[in-house]
Design a protein around this ligand. Structure first.
Ligand code: XMP
Length: 513
């Protein structure tokens, strides 16, 4: 690819992905690389700029992350953030102090004053709030540097060496709490590094299509389509690139939301690829008969999924490429930093072992989720699929507490559809990050008309979250909840009570199970 490139050098901070996302939001392509990346490799990548991330350590510790000082001799502009700024200062001969000795530690919102003559701070307000989070602080500057920002406690809140194009901020410009942070990053990228901003999804799509064509030639590719955003966008991209050389297998396990299987089929059946829908609902429900334990359900569905996929793949014979919807956060999590992250959720573990193929294609491996969505829109993917909420691989089986039966699946599909429809009617469908219905295993007495009922309780869940690791329950207005509840009890059989889940994660999880 011939894009302008900015490198984010990962020193183990918690906001590394966020920095990369912010750079991409400025329409500049960037990659996150470990601080252990050899200088030669960095030179070859020819970056327009380098950003050092924060990190948990003190630069003076023996095992703190360090790079070779040759990084300062590449002639490439550098912005150091927090630990990254301290590393820049330390590496160039300045000194770092320990805050607990003279109380210069700062955490949280802090007011800073700026010298707006600096290229980093041009056009900004002279005073604004920044997000600080540091124990150590910059004590003396290396030669050629000066302060361009300070707070009450921190004389070197932001620093520069104009000539070398080196900048540092003791605070975090990448987080939203830093009022002018986005603009500061923009100034670094455009004013200091001289970027033009050539990273757009139209461009990406065209380049990716060309690359895929060049790689696949007249070979055959296979994709497991789940109807989720990632596999749907990958399918659309491959369809444009290689058309009927691609076969998509969509295993419909009968545990999708109402009409979802048909929507997936409608979106792809005529897209020029070989589209195979396997209606395996009865098969999956048969396997789940009598099973109540959630982990067991997951295992059964996972295994059956692979079996069905494998059977279909065998019919196609040998394929050259297996397409996977891996996205950039998975790539970063599995290996730029020091800490190993273990993913707790996966939909179809182990697929590659079961299919005869030569190589893997991962056409989204450089994209963040919001970019995958933007690419989907660029490629003309149905909005419903572009904005699809996260949905567990085992589907409604885990949102039905206790045994899964065809009747219960239908009940839950109907109730969930009403909930989703009313949330959309209230205009809340983009602001609540995930919302769904759960069929509990509890029955209780109710009264309908003149009669007694003894039916199930349905639970509604709605959460706001940015990362799905923590979440807050959504404050859905009572009148919306009321409408949903009235409609569900009236329109869906076997439900006589509706409750709303008001726990956050932690201590609860988002899904029930
Ligand atoms: P929990 O319930 O652990 O869920 O708070 C966090 C997020 O993960 C989704 N989830 C899954 N996603 N495959 C997935 O791709 C799965 O098996 C799976 N199980 C849970 C869940 O919907 C929530 O967004």
């Amino acid at each position: 690819m011939n894009h302008e490139l900015v490198l984010v050098i990962d020193f183990g901070g918690q906001y590394n992905q966020l920095i990369a996302r912010r750079v991409r939001e400025h329409k500049i392509y960037c990659e996150v690389k470990s601080y252990k990346t050899p200088i030669e490799e960095i030179r070859e990548m020819n970056p327009k700029g380098i950003i050092f991330t924060g990190g948990p350590n003190s630069v003076y510790l023996d095992d703190s992350p360090r790079m070779s000082k040759e990084i300062f001799e590449l002639g490439v502009p550098i912005l150091g953030i927090c630990y990254g700024a301290q590393f820049l200062v330390y590496g160039l001969g300045g000194t770092i102090g320990k805050a607990n000795e003279n109380s210069a530690a700062e955490f949280g919102r802090t007011e800073c004053e700026f010298d707006t003559n600096s290229p980093l701070l041009k056009g900004l307000k002279e005073k604004s709030v920044v997000w600080m989070s540091h124990n150590d602080y910059i004590e003396t500057l290396p030669k050629g540097f000066k302060a361009i920002g300070h707070s009450d406690k921190c004389p070197y809140g932001a620093i520069e060496n104009v000539e070398k194009k080196f900048y540092g901020t003791q605070f975090h410009p990448e987080v939203n709490h830093t009022e002018q942070g986005f603009e500061m990053l923009g100034n670094f990228l455009y004013n200091v590094c001289g970027c033009r901003g050539d990273w757009t999804m139209e461009e990406y799509a065209q380049t990716a299509i060309n690359d895929i064509r060049a790689k696949v030639g007249d070979g055959k590719a296979l994709l497991a389509l789940s109807g989720g955003v990632d596999s749907s966008v990958a399918c659309k991209l491959l369809a444009k690139a290689i058309g009927n050389q691609l076969t998509c297998i969509f295993v419909d396990h009968g545990l999708m939301r109402k009409n979802e299987g048909d929507e997936v089929e409608a979106a792809f059946a005529d897209s020029g690829v070989n589209f195979v829908r396997v209606n395996a609902g009865e098969r999956f429900l048969g396997k789940l008969k009598g099973v109540t334990e959630p982990e067991r359900k997951r295992k059964i569905i996972g295994e059956e999924f692979i079996r069905v996929f494998e059977e279909e793949a065998k019919k196609i014979g040998k394929v050259d490429y297996l397409v996977q919807g891996t996205i950039y956060p998975d790539v970063i999590e599995s290996g730029t930093g020091d800490a190993a992250v273990i993913k707790s959720h996966h939909n179809v573990g182990g697929l590659p072992d079961y299919v005869d193929f030569k190589e893997i294609i991962e056409p989204l491996r450089l994209l963040f989720k919001d970019e995958v969505r933007a690419l989907g829109t660029t490629l003309g993917l149905d909005e419903k699929l572009v904005w699809r909420q996260p949905f567990p691989g085992p589907g409604l089986a885990i949102r039905i507490i206790g045994e899964v039966t065809p009747e219960k699946v239908a009940t839950l599909q109907d109730a969930d559809a009403i909930f989703r429809e009313e949330i959309a009617n209230a205009g809340l469908d983009r602001s609540i990050n995930q919302y769904f219905a759960v069929l509990t295993n509890m029955r209780s007495v109710g009264v309908m008309g003149d009669g007694r009922t003894y039916d199930y309780t349905l639970a509604l869940r709605g959460v706001s979250t940015s990362d799905f690791m923590t979440a807050d329950f959504s404050r859905i207005p009572y009148d919306v909840l009321e409408k949903v509840s009235v409609r569900i009890v009236n329109e869906v059989k076997n439900i006589n009570r509706v409750v709303y889940d008001i726990t956050s994660k932690p201590p609860a999880t988002i899904e029930w199970e």
